[in-house]
Design a protein around this ligand. Structure first.
Ligand SMILES: NC(=O)c1ccc[n+]([C@@H]2O[C@H](COP(=O)([O-])OP(=O)(O)OC[C@H]3O[C@@H](n4cnc5c(N)ncnc54)[C@H](O)[C@@H]3O)[C@@H](O)[C@H]2O)c1
Ligand SMILES: O=c1ccn([C@@H]2O[C@H](COP(=O)(O)OP(=O)(O)O[C@H]3O[C@H](CO)[C@@H](O)[C@H](O)[C@H]3O)[C@@H](O)[C@H]2O)c(=O)[nH]1
Length: 434
């Protein structure tokens, strides 16, 4: 099938690459010229494991193209997939301005048979609103499908090619069936529903996962207070199939481009529809609190931070991505520098993006060794494989003081105890001080 994708961000690019991989003819359109210039050379503007190989392979096979030209991408497309950003607006609601512009862009190029697929995460009712907007522009009825995306950054390709489910929301049977056919080579379970239910499934899923994280973080805080171990508790809980093992990792709160904004957008939708949803308010409040837990531990240990060198390992909001949107490292770096610490951070891939947000208030190291050299303490902020596989004893030997604040519970107790002299402050577990 001939497919156009609007937006070559984390979702649009991963989707484009995967749809070309399963045999479709895909043209990706973006308004960001720099991205398109890079992509045309076969260089991905984002770090996403497995993406680069599929990108170059499908470009070479002539199945995947990149352009900034609307007519080139849209004029002959059977299916147009919209994957532009829907960031958080000032009032907590999703900002639909990119989507509205993209819809206007589409209107001039579609015909009666074109199917418009909204993959961006949008509040309930948006597909209906966009349908009307486009119809007002083009003057004939259009076929709309809501097809929310569930991929995670860092595993976007696998999540797309081996998705748990595909949601197709449409009031147009023919359009729903064509989109089902588009995905058929993936052999993934498809759920066909109304556009409103499809839109709600996306927010309900993200808010549920965020709430699960806030729940385990509160359990972690309680574990610390009573002397239990949240990792053992999570393991014990997760073995119950009704609870499940995933998303029970306590830490420094959820970040990223989705959970923070989507929970707030769902709360906004609830509010305007007269539903109070206090659970979501608590999910957000617990997460805000959790983002401060690591710095509170550092302050408690040191008192003031003037003249202290603190190493931060990890900047990205999660491992295997270069994305810094809503990364816990941002408020942590700000708080440490506010209290007078000299902060030296290391991240395997997110340093350039971090520098654009955090700026020169902290230093950026080229290696873990450089970051921890003569440090008074190290903070584990992102659980990169490179960080988890550190020789902890060797790292401690390079530091001024052997003190670790681990926001991601990366190291087993035996590893820490084998280090000799050490102070280890994890999340939701007793500290180890030898
Ligand atoms: N990032 C994720 O992991 C993820 C997962 C599932 C769903 N989502 C949702 O998918 C959507 C996209 O997220 P993202 O992280 O890929 O965003 P992103 O910011 O990485 O990319 C959006 C892209 O759209 C482009 N764009 C904006 N207006 C355009 C237009 N009129 N025509 C063509 N291109 C245009 C931008 O230049 C940018 O490259 C959001 O609604 C998000 O909530 C994201
Ligand atoms: O047990 C856990 C799991 C995750 N996190 C944190 O939660 C955030 C989000 O992690 P993850 O869900 O793995 O990454 P995203 O790429 O943000 O993916 C989420 O957001 C996407 C955008 O909507 C959805 O498509 C995905 O299904 C959904 O998992 C990160 O800060 C993680 O550190 C935890 O603290 N504990």
């Amino acid at each position: 099938m001939k497919i156009a994708i609007l937006g070559t961000g984390y979702v649009g690019l991963s989707t484009g690459v995967c749809l070309s991989q399963i045999g479709h003819q895909v043209t990706c359109l973006d308004i960001n010229e720099q991205k398109i210039v890079q992509l045309r050379k076969g260089i991905s503007p984002i770090y996403e494991p497995g993406l680069d190989d599929l990108l170059t392979m499908n470009m070479a096979a002539g199945k995947l193209k990149f352009t900034t030209s609307q007519p080139e991408a849209l004029a002959n497309a059977e299916i147009i997939i919209v994957a532009v950003g829907t960031p958080q607006g000032d009032d907590g609601a999703a900002d639909l301005s990119y989507l509205v512009q993209a819809s206007k862009d589409i209107s001039s190029y579609i015909n009666h048979d074109t199917i418009i697929v909204i993959k961006s995460t949008v509040p309930v009712g948006t597909n209906d609103f966009i349908k009307k907007l486009i119809e007002d522009y083009c003057g004939f009825p259009v076929k709309m499908v809501s097809n929310p995306e569930f991929l995670r950054q860092g595993s976007a390709i696998d999540d797309t090619l081996k998705a748990d489910r595909i949601i197709i929301g449409s009031e147009n049977e023919e359009a729903a069936s064509k989109i089902q056919k588009m995905y058929r080579p993936l052999n993934v379970e498809v759920i066909i529903t109304s556009t409103k239910s499809a839109e709600m499934i996306k927010y309900a899923s993200n808010a549920f996962l965020a709430t699960k994280i806030s729940y385990i973080n509160e359990i972690a805080n309680l574990c610390e207070a009573v002397g239990a171990d949240v990792q053992d508790v999570a393991r014990g809980m997760g073995k119950d199939k009704r609870i499940g093992e995933e998303f029970l990792y306590a830490g420094i709160g959820y970040g990223g481009s989705c959970f923070p904004k989507d929970v707030k957008a769902l709360l906004h939708t609830a509010g305007v529809n007269g539903v109070k949803f206090p659970l979501l308010k608590e999910t957000i409040a617990i997460n805000d609190f959790q983002r401060e837990v690591l710095v509170a531990k550092v302050l408690k240990r040191f008192g003031g931070l003037k003249g202290k060198k603190i190493a931060m390992l990890g900047l990205a909001f999660k491992p295997e991505t270069d994305d810094m949107r809503e990364a816990p490292s941002i408020p942590i770096a700000a708080a440490l520098t506010k209290y007078g610490a000299e902060v030296v951070a290391y991240d395997p891939v997110a340093t350039d993006n971090a520098r654009k947000i955090i700026g020169d208030s902290i230093k950026y190291a080229g290696s873990i060794d450089e970051a921890v050299h003569e440090a008074d303490a190290v903070l584990i902020v992102t659980e990169w494989k490179e960080v988890k596989s550190i020789d902890v004893a060797e790292m401690l030997a390079k530091m001024k003081e052997p003190i670790i604040f681990d926001g991601r519970n990366c190291f087993p107790e035996e590893t820490i105890r084998a280090c000799g002299s050490v102070e280890y402050y994890p999340i939701g577990k007793p500290a180890i001080i030898i």
